[in-house]
Ligand binder design. Structure first.
Ligand SMILES: Cc1cc2nc3c(=O)[nH]c(=O)nc-3n(C[C@H](O)[C@H](O)[C@H](O)COP(=O)(O)OP(=O)(O)OC[C@H]3O[C@@H](n4cnc5c(N)ncnc54)[C@H](O)[C@@H]3O)c2cc1C
Length: 254
């Protein structure tokens, strides 16, 4: 199947980083710049026999970067990720020319504080937001926001971007980064926060003064985490308008 050129561009993978046997990121160089806001997603695909096999992927990089970065989890029985997994620098994939999505920094409520919770690959849109704000600050535009990123994974080696976010949090007072691990018994060297997003969301919201009156909450990634986290946030007083969500997949019906 040939991809229609008006909808897709072919992009070359320029680098790849593996974090664990099923987590990896790539950077691609588009022929034509992709216009997007931090938090939006691109649609990536490969040609199948009768159609393009494609899925949505949050963009990790900032619009201020020349290359575009994505972070993937391999779904062994999935249709696309097993086809993306073997690809290496020099290989190409298809990318829709238009980025999409509404999971961007809330500018409607006037809230200064943004509480961003995620599981594993759900960190992607937050990295884009943080990299963009950090670059803007370097260019002399200090952001008038406070960002708190809570990233959960089973084990610490699945916390991709941990080092980058920790370094950025050290050098930018508007950023707080909290990594948490839910299977510490499989990760004896881990000294940080322990528990799933659901277990520690309320605690950090209370401790950091992330009040519903001045905070927008974001939840991204695992559908079950999103449902549970929304329940916790609502009980904490967050209204529907102050909770934004990006659900990465719909669980298969059993
Ligand atoms: C807006 C948006 C942004 C997204 N961003 C990212 C991203 O940055 N990185 C990323 O890796 N994925 C992201 N996803 C998910 C991505 O679009 C695909 O769904 C995922 O990569 C699986 O694709 P697949 O074709 O391999 O599996 P599919 O053939 O689509 O899935 C097979 C079955 O596996 C289940 N499934 C799908 N994904 C997972 C998973 N991660 N864990 C467990 N079960 C799963 C589903 O129930 C599905 O029915 C995003 C999704 C959306 C909607």
């Amino acid at each position: 199947m040939t991809a229609p050129a008006e909808k897709y561009q072919q992009v070359e993978i320029v680098s790849r980083k593996d974090y664990s046997p099923d987590l990896w990121s790539i950077r691609v160089r588009p022929e034509q710049p992709l216009v997007f806001k931090p938090g939006q997603y691109a649609t990536l695909g490969v040609p199948g026999e009768t159609r393009i096999i494609e899925r949505a992927y949050s963009i990790v990089s900032s619009p201020l970067e020349d290359e575009i970065e994505f972070f993937f989890e391999l779904v062994p029985h999935g249709e696309l990720t097993p086809r993306l997994y073997p690809l290496q620098p020099g290989d190409t994939i298809l990318m829709r020319r238009q980025a999409k999505g509404l999971f961007t920094l809330d500018g409607k409520t006037g809230h200064r504080q943004h509480y961003m919770a995620c599981t594993v690959t759900g960190v992607a849109p937050y990295v884009s937001v943080v990299r963009t704000l950090a670059r803007e600050e370097e260019q002399g535009r200090a952001p008038d926001v406070r960002i708190v990123v809570l990233q959960a994974a089973s084990r610490s080696w699945e916390l991709a971007y941990q080092q980058e976010l920790e370094a950025l949090a050290r050098s930018h007072s508007w950023l707080t980064y909290i990594p948490t691990v839910s299977r510490p018994w499989e990760d004896p060297a881990w000294r940080g926060e322990v528990g799933r997003v659901e277990d520690v969301l309320r605690k950090h919201s209370d401790a950091l003064g992330l009040e519903p009156s001045n905070t927008t909450a974001y939840v991204c990634g695992h559908p079950e985490m999103i449902e549970n986290a929304k329940g916790i946030l609502k009980r904490r007083g967050f209204t529907k308008e102050s909770i934004r969500e990006e659900i990465y997949w719909v669980p298969e019906k059993k």
